[in-house]
Design a protein around this ligand. Structure first.
Ligand code: UDP
Ligand code: MG
Length: 228
């Protein structure tokens, strides 16, 4: 497994920590600029390239009415729109590196503020401690829960090489770089949320349905209202 250090999080412990995280929620509304009539419910969805974040997010959207914000997709849209930052973002993605935090957070903020929903899945972000801190400072919020899709590197590599989505970064050289960046910069974020009792580790090997069986109960316990 990619992250042996956090293997201590078993399903039972997860359930316990889940409620603990819920009851120790910080007063986010006062802290930041993001104001809606409902306090946002923020889920960060973490995991290496090809760990299945996007696929599982689609199922969570269907069942629980979340708005799915994939940071990678938002950045790719920025490239496609020929914005001033497009070329820099494209070069960064080609290298498997991380786009400057403030830029990514502001794009995520725009999406959150233009949404009528209050339930957000932020997929593929934060990718570094710098990303995480920028989100806290700019949005003034912390995630309510953090999912981590744990998948061995060889499995991730296989999936990315087979997915044929025409992405500039789905080639063997860039994938190797992305895996290195993931383990150096993203795993510390995973560890941070583990220590804060917010992390739910999902075994990301198996069929889509097998994996979703671990994800569904995490959200079902919150009794969200029906689709907004
Ligand atoms: N990326 C970034 N910041 C983010 C999300 C993505 O810089 O918050 C860049 C980074 O270069 C990454 C690429 O976009 O390798 C693709 O990210 P995505 O989450 O779409 O891909 P995944 O790694 O999950 O396959
Ligand atoms: Mg993705």
């Amino acid at each position: 497994m990619i992250c042996e250090a956090i293997d201590v999080v078993t399903t039972d412990v997860c359930k316990f920590k889940f409620w603990e995280a819920f009851s120790t929620e910080i007063p986010r509304k006062e802290k930041g600029t993001f104001q809606r009539d409902k306090t946002p419910f923020i889920t960060f969805v973490l995991g290496g390239p090809g760990s299945g974040k996007g696929t599982q997010c689609m199922k969570i959207v269907e069942n629980f009415g979340f708005t799915h914000l994939s940071a990678g997709d938002i950045l790719r849209r920025e490239i496609a729109s020929n914005s001033a930052d497009g070329t820099m973002i494209l070069d960064t993605i080609k290298e498997g590196k991380i786009v400057p935090s403030e830029l990514t957070v502001k794009l995520i903020q725009k999406e959150m503020e233009s949404s009528d929903n209050y339930k957000f899945l932020i997929d593929g972000f934060p990718r570094s401690e710098d990303n995480r801190i920028a989100f806290e400072q700019i949005i003034g919020a912390e995630p309510d829960i953090v999912l981590f899709f744990d998948c061995p590197e060889d499995e991730m590599m296989k999936r990315v090489l087979n997915r044929n989505q025409g992405r500039v970064d789905d080639n063997i050289d860039t994938i190797k770089k992305r895996l290195k960046v993931f383990s150096a910069l993203n795993l510390p974020v995973v560890k941070y949320y583990l220590e804060r009792g917010k992390l739910y580790k999902i075994n990301a090997v198996g069929t889509v349905d097998e994996i979703y069986k671990q994800v569904y109960p995490l959200f079902a316990q919150f009794n969200f209202e029906q689709q907004v």
